[in-house]
Design a protein around this ligand. Sequence first.
Ligand code: HEM
Ligand code: HEM
Length: 173
Amino acid sequence: MAMERYGVVARGLHWSIVALFAAQYAVGWLMPDVHRATPAEGLIALHLTLGFVILAVVAVAIVWRLMHTPPLFPPDIPRWQALLSKIVHVLLYVLALALPVTGWLNASRRTWQPYLFAVLPMPRLPYSATATGSAIGEIHSNFGWVVLAVIGFHAFAAFYHLFTYKRERFWRM
Ligand code: HEM
Ligand code: HEM
């Protein structure tokens, strides 16, 4: 019997998120260092736009997930692995929302007017010029590494299944 898979929408959302994250990390590292008077132009503007797109796509993915039953776990997956993967998946959803929010706070703290695709002005989140306010840039950067580590673990587990004994576990998604 063929293994149950995620639906076409869930798969489309997941792999779009993967592509968006890959692009966003590349842009985040390639864009110029942000200093006091740096304008939000070029790659930086692209970083903000991509961040908003990620926020929206992840929100849609979460709503979609809550409205649909995921495929049953294959019965031969050990209990601890099923539990661990559930925890990591929930964590990924939370982190994929939280990371762009810290970026958005950071951009707001810089008193930038962020735009979506250079045309649609996005609201500025409440920010403060206090110590917490200026730490938010550090938080976004460091948090980016934490999230990357969780993604790395998740991708490692996925590829482990692809290249070892449970190929179908990978192709569910
Ligand atoms: C999942 C989405 C995001 C990822 C993966 C991401 C990743 C990154 C990375 C890797 C950097 C470079 C950090 C460094 O050089 O140490 C960065 C910087 C930055 N990001 Fe994001 N980012 C995301 C979303 C956002 C959003 C939504 C905004 C704003 C609306 C934003 C605003 C910024 C700013 C302003 C910086 C410069 C940091 C500084 O103050 O030096 N990011 N981001
Ligand atoms: C190369 C990178 C990635 C690979 C190879 C990959 C692979 C997979 C696979 C195979 C599954 C299905 C697991 C199962 O059958 O139970 C899955 C689920 C999932 N992935 Fe990824 N993934 C990657 C990156 C990401 C990223 C960047 C995120 C989000 C930030 C993410 C979030 C999720 C979530 C939340 C689920 C659970 C879906 C659900 O049940 O709602 N993945 N991934």
